[in-house]
Ligand binder design. Structure first.
Ligand code: CA
Length: 222
């Protein structure tokens, strides 16, 4: 999943980037509200974390601009003040959730996880389930019929994306846009290798190849 973090306080941004990256998210970072208006609306983000106190343009106006343009991406706002008025303004402007600073990193990770599942029509259960598999996002492992299968970080990122989109045809370019941040070079050969490794670990039937179109993660257990 690819996230945009808009936060001008550099030490906090560094900490959040490191934590989110450990959780298997590809994250682009911006510090200026004007840049965020453009980039948030043009890059295919799965979720946006937006500080409200920003240079360039206030976070509230950034959010209003995105929603006015029809952007439906889930937005989690960060507010520096424990002011209920600011939280209410943010929610009225189209925020999906909020966190008041300071917060524990785990609270952010769990809210991000819940928002992503909700955005895909899934309830936020302890484990993400699809096609007979249960994904443990905390341990970054998957289990089938009670048997735990260990995953590398890259395998986990790809499997989580598939499990949030069961039954959907996903092109290679779509997958690479959502698995890598804007700085990483995208290589569809790497994607093929990862798909093959997941098939070897989980069974070839879990991921179907559609020639020239992409991949489809099985909706039902075989
Ligand atoms: Ca700020």
């Amino acid at each position: 999943m690819r996230l945009l973090l808009v936060e001008d306080h550099v030490p906090l941004a560094d900490e959040l980037l490191a934590g989110l990256s450990r959780q298997g998210y590809a994250v682009d970072w911006l510090a200026d509200g004007r840049d965020a208006v453009h980039q948030g609306a043009t890059e295919p983000y799965d979720l946006i974390i937006l500080d409200l106190g920003l240079p360039g343009k206030p976070g509230l106006e950034v959010l209003q601009a995105w929603r006015a343009a029809g952007l439906a991406t889930p937005v989690l706002i960060l507010t520096a003040r424990s002011s209920w008025a600011e939280r209410i303004e943010g929610l009225k402007a189209g925020a999906d959730d909020y966190l008041c600073k300071p917060f524990h990193p785990q609270e952010l990770h769990l809210r991000v996880q819940a928002l992503l599942r909700r955005a895909h029509g899934l309830a936020n259960q302890p484990q993400l389930q699809a096609s007979g598999l249960e994904l443990d996002e905390g341990r970054q492992s998957v289990s089938r019929a009670g048997k735990v299968v260990e995953l590398t970080a890259a395998e986990f990122r790809l499997l989580r994306y598939f499990m949030l989109h069961p039954g959907q045809l996903l092109s290679k370019s779509h997958l690479t846009e959502h698995l890598y941040d804007g700085e990483t070079e995208r290589d569809s050969n790497v994607l093929e290798v990862l798909v093959n490794r997941l098939r070897r670990k989980l069974g070839s039937e879990v991921i179907e190849t559609r020639r020239g179109q992409g991949y489809r993660f099985s909706e039902q257990p075989e």
